[in-house]
Ligand binder design. Sequence first.
Ligand SMILES: NC(=O)c1ccc[n+]([C@@H]2O[C@H](COP(=O)([O-])OP(=O)(O)OC[C@H]3O[C@@H](n4cnc5c(N)ncnc54)[C@H](O)[C@@H]3O)[C@@H](O)[C@H]2O)c1
Length: 486
Amino acid sequence: MVVRLHEIAAFCMGVNAIIGIMPNPSSSKISQPKSNQVVLPQIAQARLARLQARTARIGVIGLGYVGLPLSLLLSEAGFKVTGFDNDAKKVDELEAGLSYILRILPEEIAAARQQGFSATTDFARIADQDAILLCVPTPLTQHREPDLSFVLHTARAAAPWIREGQLVVLESTTYPGTTEELLIPALEAGNTQGLKVQTQGQSAEHGVFYVAFSPEREDPGNVTVARRDIPKVVGGHEAIASELAATLYEGIFARAVRVSSTRVAEMTKLLENIYRCVNIALVNELKLLSLRMGVDIWEVIDAAATKPFGFQPFYPGPGLGGHCIPIDPFYLSWKAREYDFNTRFIELAGEVNEAMPAHVVQSVARALNEHKKSMNGARILMLGMAYKKDIDDLRESPSLTVIELLREQGAEVVYNDPYFPTVGRGRHYNLNMSSTPLTDLQQYDCVLIMTDHSDYDYGAIVNESKLVIDTRNATKGIASEKIVRC
Ligand SMILES: NC(=O)c1ccc[n+]([C@@H]2O[C@H](COP(=O)([O-])OP(=O)(O)OC[C@H]3O[C@@H](n4cnc5c(N)ncnc54)[C@H](O)[C@@H]3O)[C@@H](O)[C@H]2O)c1
């Protein structure tokens, strides 16, 4: 008998099903499948059927910038979603139908709740889920090493509640090997039922759960690609986990891209982010040279981008920001040391990009000097706290570093950002500032554009200011001697 995967749900009640095409095995014993053939045991069949029918219950752990939109997408597709977070305030807000992420409207939370979405801090509810998706932070420590404490704490908290046949997927960005070396041992060690992860080449009928890695490709503020049109890379610890995870994601994304292992999936995400990091460093370095040569680097990039092949534009800026590009490459350079390998491109890119905030501050000092002003005592209005335009995220934002550096030199800094009425305390800062209205710009010695939010009227800002330092080419097309691009 031949079984096709998409027919499994309708077909195989009470018999083993097969991923790929092969004769039906006669018993529930572990079989020896040929290369691309894997026996699907009954405990996985039931989950697969529910995933295909979208009647599966999905738990999302970590309801932040990644986990909350993912929960809503799953909910919209018909899945019954339970969100888990250890931040009780977030859970309470979601339960009250509110949203703490600007681009997510309370109406979207309400629609998800109608569809059965609920949020909780109670990890015991993990036991009721068919699949659990982990979307917790993966920052760097103070010594710029991977901080996997969030993943580890989550795994330890979830482990007692993992049940036979469940699928666990890690979505957090991390180095190759994390799923196998850290997540799986923690889940197995803490499981009160003694369950083990399904291993490659076997298809146990009992006592196992399934594990996969699937990196998140969310691009906050990007309105050109719908989230569901971003293909989802999926790598299972073995073939059954791959199939279950790919089936789940095919329910919400246009395409799932199956790769051969969790390590390949982990490395894919890092390649994507390192590619960005290195190319941004390249244009940042060329910007520094172009400034000396009196060449407009932004005009150069726009011209080069007309080439229909072999060139993708990247843009210089005041430094890297966000939870990904400034952090993720260092996950790989850290892991590379285990293999006596030095990731020189990553280190060099880091060096160039990390020097950009200091370059901005130097440019401000030089421009003030030309206006016969010293940095000490200068009144500076910074436009933009967010790490990129039109979003409410300031994690790792270069604006935070630049404020610190300007203040060290005696400048008096205020800011305006429509996305941040106030900025309090974070992991690396404690500012306690409020957004200043964009009025009476003449009172400032300099207006410093750090984020090119679309809401700003740059023509009016230039008109009303004494001096404008533009780190983003936001004033493109405006001719004025008051503008210094840096
Ligand atoms: N933000 C992005 O644009 C983006 C894009 C791609 C990938 N990623 C990756 O996705 C992962 C999550 O990032 P994010 O931006 O959503 O982070 P976030 O900080 O916005 O959200 C993480 C959530 O996890 C919760 N959490 C932390 N520890 C927990 C625990 N032990 N149990 C339950 N909940 C816990 C936090 O309270 C928070 O709500 C990271 O690995 C990041 O690198 C993020």
